[in-house]
Design a protein around this ligand. Structure first.
Ligand SMILES: [Ca+2]
Ligand SMILES: [Ca+2]
Length: 478
């Protein structure tokens, strides 16, 4: 008899009752943020009260790794649920839709299962990919994820150009503008806040892409003020002769000309200051979003995930930038807060939890579908983190793989060990329990031969070849 009445009940209370069980997802990406946040302790001077309060309200993953050490392959892995060795997308030079023309990305998958999927700011690599979203700010038809942002009229401001090899945005400055006049992430977080504050007829998947601390490190003056230049401390992971025990390919990767150029112009501390200021700004923008959520009707029914696409070197291993397999680049902030009552984790997460298991950002796809009670998407290589959200000390016999631009260059992270493999079979091995900055390469030490052999077995069994951008263009014409 109940069955007969069900359709009538559905008509009387159409969406509210049935969809109340589906939680919303607030999915926040921060660009180029390393472990210089208070709760990860990467730099003693950093000021990140909002990142810290979000971490303290859920589970902080202290050993989370990116699937790739640069924006495009990292973000593609997150959004497709496929790591580079499965997708073939390893590099910033490849175009996602040439490599994965048919892939149904995370927001579209949520839309197909009853969600409203919307985003703002940088989520994918300088594109919106309009078919993946129901709404975007700015207008998704233009396929440009950035709202207008203030830039100094004359550039570079501080760091002279060294040559065509230097990325045009590597520069820093305090700007005499307000947050609103700066625009950029301020405009993104304004729009995201408005979406959080309004009533919704469907559950939402809402993605907020914060572009700072990606270069250029231009932010309003007030974010520089807590970091006077004379007080700036060098990165705790810096050691002058650190590359001496690194094999030749690793040495070449480390000495990428930027650090030498920056030192030559006396800009090292200015760069550190500007990175700290850019993180402080991004943190303030995050605070606007968290405040909007906390005063909204969605507060108790929204999963919050925050991740950075990869880390960043500021002189460690004589390197400046990303693209390396070392921990400074492979390790990322990842925090997840789950409210009570969601389909995949009724108890929600416990505030103040920390998890030291090696997890990978590619795991977010399946984690979110399970939490929200959506069917698991077939064909992915994305492992649900729900067991760790339920119990951060749960058994986790898995390693995290981080790819570096090419199929045979990768790093492997376990709870205690890190292994790096370069083309040509050059290797590094570190014990991060006793050597968190990876100063002592153990790969050539006979007493670590067994550990080295064990780490080798954790590499992906198959690696899809990288298709060069030129070959892709040819293939696309067929
Ligand atoms: Ca990035
Ligand atoms: Ca060393």
């Amino acid at each position: 008899m109940n069955r007969l009445f069900l359709p009538l009940l559905c008509l009387l209370a159409p969406c509210a009752t049935l969809q109340a069980a589906k939680p919303n997802v607030l999915f926040i990406a921060v660009d180029d943020l390393n472990d210089w946040i208070g709760c990860l302790g990467g730099h003693p001077q950093t000021k990140t009260p909002n990142l810290d309060r979000l971490a303290a309200s859920g589970v902080l993953f202290r050993n989370a790794c990116t699937a790739a050490a640069s924006c495009n392959p990292s973000r593609t892995a997150v959004f497709s649920g496929l790591p580079p060795h499965r997708s073939g997308l390893y590099s910033n030079l490849q175009k996602m839709r040439e490599v994965l023309p048919e892939a149904e990305l995370l927001p579209r998958y949520f839309s197909r299962h009853g969600y409203w999927s919307a985003g703002s700011g940088k989520m994918l690599h300088y594109v919106i990919d309009p078919p993946s979203w129901d709404a975007y700010f700015p207008d998704k038809a233009k396929d440009d994820p950035f709202p207008p942002t203030f830039y100094p009229p004359k550039r570079p401001v501080n760091l002279p150009r060294a040559g065509p090899w230097q990325y045009v945005e590597t520069d820093w400055a305090a700007l005499d503008v307000s947050d609103e006049e700066f625009g950029g992430d301020w405009s993104v977080t304004k729009w995201i806040g408005e979406q959080l504050q309004r009533q919704h007829e469907q559950p939402f998947f809402l993605a907020c892409g914060l572009y700072r601390p990606h270069e250029p490190w231009f932010v309003p003056q007030k974010y520089f003020e807590p970091f006077p230049l004379e007080s700036i401390q060098l990165p705790p992971g810096y050691k002058a002769d650190d590359l001496d025990d690194v094999p030749p390919v690793g040495q070449k990767l480390g000495r990428n000309r930027y650090f030498e150029h920056i030192q030559k112009h006396g800009q090292w501390k200015k760069g550190i200051q500007a990175y700290l200021a850019s993180i402080h700004f991004a943190d303030a923008m995050l605070g606007r979003v968290l405040d909007a959520l906390e005063s909204s009707p969605q507060r108790d029914n929204t999963i919050v995930v925050l991740w950075s696409d990869h880390g960043w070197h500021l002189g460690e291993k004589e390197h400046w930038q990303k693209f390396t397999g070392w921990r400074a680049c492979a390790r990322v902030p990842l925090m997840i807060r789950v409210p009570k009552g969601v389909p995949g984790l009724a108890a929600g997460t416990q505030a103040g939890s920390v998890c030291d298991r090696p997890v990978n950002l590619v795991d977010l796809f399946t984690t979110l579908t399970e939490l929200c009670g959506l069917p698991e998407k077939d064909g992915l290589e994305s492992r649900s983190l729900v067991p760790l959200l339920a119990n951060p000390s749960a058994e986790w016999p898995h390693a995290a793989i981080t790819h570096l631009d090419k199929p045979d260059n990768y790093a492997i992270t376990t709870e205690r060990w890190r292994y790096i493999h370069y083309q040509g079979d050059e290797e590094e091995l570190y014990d991060i329990a006793s050597d968190p900055h990876e100063w002592t390469n153990l790969a050539a030490k006979p007493d670590h031969a067994a550990k080295l052999a064990e780490m080798r077995t954790l590499a992906p069994k198959e690696m899809k070849p990288l298709v060069s951008p030129r070959e892709q263009a040819g293939a696309g014409k067929k």
